[in-house]
Design a protein around this ligand. Structure first.
Ligand code: ATP
Ligand code: MG
Length: 409
């Protein structure tokens, strides 16, 4: 696999997809996509290894065939209700402040931040620096070489249940792939749908998937808060199935064809035909009836998200508003409803600067997959650029994580 070709593996609750991309200057050219039906996850967590392995292998094979290249290493997304995030800080004294802060001092500050109680049954997925403080000087992105006697780092720590992380790792291996790095889904999506200006100004990313809705808050260029809400498009589908007493696959079809998050967002048809369970008869219902099922569930998901945004403490600072992506965001009226519930400007999150095999209309479905490739590219760039940079250091930590996993398998 050439250096410039990177693969992302998005293991979702409704679909497993592998995307293969190639850097083309500033653009990303998608050479291959393989998608397989996912039936091995519940609320973002792998519950059936066999089905998940098969789906990964099938998606990888299709992507390789369409791209005409073989892949070995993938950047894989991870999500699910076992994910937890906290902000932490680590402070250390610099023994020889007159020599300037060295990479090993930065590493010690990270270690100190990580020393906070991470339970034995949890595994660190990300240690993302927000800012460094040298003596009393705040807001330093990279303190290397600076003079000072005290170094502090503020970090966002993302952890997952060790068992869930291990299960995912095993599935990837058994599907015949090597893991480059595991990346939190919403963090990966931020690499494809958010601009650096938005992250600087303050923005919330909401990735509405089938099983979960993932949220990440950015301010002054760094991630400040993240969380996973265990509700998604599948809940809406089952609400429709229960409310209209129709089979799940029909409910999914009705949702995609006729539903909107707010009244009047899509073309209103007089009556919609609904097949009954068992296929014996059909009934007709109005689009208002449909809205009365879908609207409250969408509102519920957004209210949970709103609570998380308030919890982050950045709710008044998000100049760039809300960006909604993922398959769930394809429902007409989603952006409108988001503006109402969050009281901020909202927009649909579409992967930026991509060409090739991605269909523009459904691109939000691939926000995570494309973001994983972008993340992989940025890691490779920072590794090339310096083995000792902040990112390089995080890269080495990822290397340690890989080693840890290799020992396990
Ligand atoms: N046009 C549409 N209108 C409404 N919902 C849609 C539409 N197209 C897809 N969806 C919904 O999007 C969801 C799938 O989104 P996505 O592919 O982002 O999820 P996933 O990555 O598989 O799941 P997760 O991220 O939760 O693990 C499904 O629930 C599907 O019903
Ligand atoms: Mg997803």
């Amino acid at each position: 696999m050439a250096e410039e070709i990177i693969a992302g593996l998005d293991i979702g609750t409704t679909k497993v997809s592998v995307l293969i991309g190639e850097r083309d200057g500033d653009e990303l050219n998608i050479l291959g996509i393989g998608t397989a039906h996912s039936d091995g996850l519940r609320r973002g967590v792998i519950v059936n290894m066999e089905k998940t392995i098969q789906a990964i292998a099938q998606a990888a094979e299709t992507a390789e065939r369409t791209a005409g290249v073989e892949i070995s290493t993938v950047y894989a997304g991870i999500a699910g209700e076992h994910i937890q995030s906290v902000n932490s800080r680590g402070a250390i004294a610099i023994p020889r402040g007159d020599l300037g802060i060295a990479a090993k001092d930065i590493a010690r500050a990270f270690e100190a931040a990580k020393a906070l109680q991470i339970p034995m049954d949890r595994q660190v997925i990300h240690l993302l620096p927000q800012e460094f403080i040298v003596d009393d000087q705040r807001g330093i992105p990279d303190p290397k070489g600076m003079h000072g006697v005290r170094l502090e780092v503020l970090v966002h720590i993302v952890t997952g249940a060790t068992t869930s992380v291990q299960n995912q790792f095993k599935c990837i291996k058994q599907a015949g792939l090597e893991l480059g790095e595991m990346v939190l889904d919403s963090y990966a999506s931020s690499y494809s749908v958010l601009s650096s200006d938005e992250k600087e100004l303050g923005v919330v990313l909401l990735d509405m998937g089938g099983g979960t809705t993932d949220l990440a808050v950015f301010f002054e260029g760094s991630i400040r808060h993240s969380s996973v809400i265990p509700l998604g498009g599948r809940n809406i589908t089952s609400d429709i199935a229960i409310g209209l007493r129709t089979p799940l696959d029909q409910a999914e079809e009705i949702k995609r064809q006729h539903c909107s998050a707010v009244n009047g967002a899509s073309e209103q048809e007089a009556l919609i035909e609904v097949p009954a369970v068992g296929g014996r008869s059909t009934r007709k219902i109005s689009s208002e009836q449909l809205s009365s099922i879908v609207g409250p569930r969408m509102e519920e998901i957004f209210s949970f998200a709103n609570r998380e945004i308030k919890k982050s403490g950045y709710d008044d600072l998000l100049g760039a508003g809300v960006v909604v992506t993922g398959g769930g965001a394809l429902m007409p009226g989603t952006v409108e409803l988001a503006e109402q519930v969050f009281g901020m400007p909202a927009q649909l999150g579409v992967p930026q600067k991509v060409s090739g095999l991605v269909d523009a209309d459904t691109a939000p479905l691939h926000a995570t997959g494309i973001g994983l490739i972008r993340y992989g590219m940025s890691q490779q760039e920072s590794n090339e650029w310096s083995g000792k940079s902040q990112n390089g250091m995080l890269g080495r930590m990822a290397g340690r994580m890989r080693q840890w996993f290799d020992d396990l398998s």
